[in-house]
Write a protein that binds this ligand. Structure first.
Ligand SMILES: C[S@@+](CC[C@H](N)C(=O)[O-])C[C@H]1O[C@@H](n2cnc3c(N)ncnc32)[C@H](O)[C@@H]1O
Length: 228
């Protein structure tokens, strides 16, 4: 993501916490990927290995990298999210970059507000408010809105905002953890309800204006904290 590269500035060494398969990981700097899950590590390019570890106790010395970043992982660190953010501050000499979701905003997206209440309730529980995260950082932080483009290639529920038809597409659903972690009866209920609302035009009456937008604030947030 271009916004992450720009937030990292001229950092030459970066730890990527909860790195997963390595999406959004910069390719033009020295990266130490830290990831606790065997399954995720196995999906990585063998040329870009990961260190096994977790955010709560990063396997790095104090101030040993220029930057620490984490993308859509912080909500997994519960209940030690604050400790994980402190660890990022401990190891990063300069900048800390956190991509997260403001669940109070994503809760208002039609999919969560009208159909998938299970995800709305879960997200409100597990995502800390961005303002709280900013307060955990030991250096001045900004919180930036990252609008989601209508044709983003990212596979998250936030990419559905302009595309109700994607709810009817099993492959599009399966690519999102939001749908993948729901029981089949919940998925069926949501698919049936969206299909019915598209058929009778009620989705378009309520939300059709979204079809004309290029991008939309679905709750994605970039928190950037710099020591200098
Ligand atoms: C939604 S994935 C995001 C992966 C990657 N950052 C990306 O954007 O593609 C969340 C990642 O956080 C990792 N994770 C879960 N608990 C963690 C912890 N305590 N410390 C660090 N990473 C953790 C998961 O294993 C998973 O790889």
């Amino acid at each position: 993501m271009r916004r992450i590269a720009s937030a990292l500035g001229d950092a030459r060494s970066v730890v990527n916490v909860g790195a997963g398969a390595g999406s959004y990981e910069p390719r033009d700097r020295a990266v130490i990927a830290v990831e606790p899950s065997h399954v995720m590590v196995a999906q990585r390019d063998p040329a870009r290995p990961a260190v096994r570890g977790s955010a709560q106790a990063l396997p790095l010395h104090d101030e040993s990298v220029d930057a620490a970043m984490t993308v859509l992982s912080l909500h997994h660190w519960h209940p030690e999210q604050r400790q994980g953010v402190r660890e990022m501050c401990r190891v990063a000499r300069d900048v800390v970059v956190i991509v997260t979701i403001d669940a109070a905003v994503s809760a208002r997206v039609w999919l969560m507000a009208d159909y998938l209440h299970e995800v709305r309730e879960l997200d409100l529980r597990i995502f800390p408010a961005p303002e709280a995260v900013a307060g955990w950082l030991d250096r001045p932080a900004s919180i930036e809105v990252v609008p989601v483009h209508r044709d983003t290639p990212d596979h998250t529920l936030l990419s559905f905002w302009a595309h109700p038809e994607r709810v009817l597409d099993a492959r599009a659903r399966a690519a999102t953890s939001g749908f993948a972690r729901q029981p089949p009866e919940v998925v069926r209920r949501v698919v049936d309800a969206v299909a019915a609302d598209l058929r009778d035009g009620s989705w378009d009456r309520r939300h059709g204006a979204l079809r004309g937008l290029e991008e939309y604030d679905a709750g994605l947030r970039l928190i950037v904290a710099r020591a200098s």
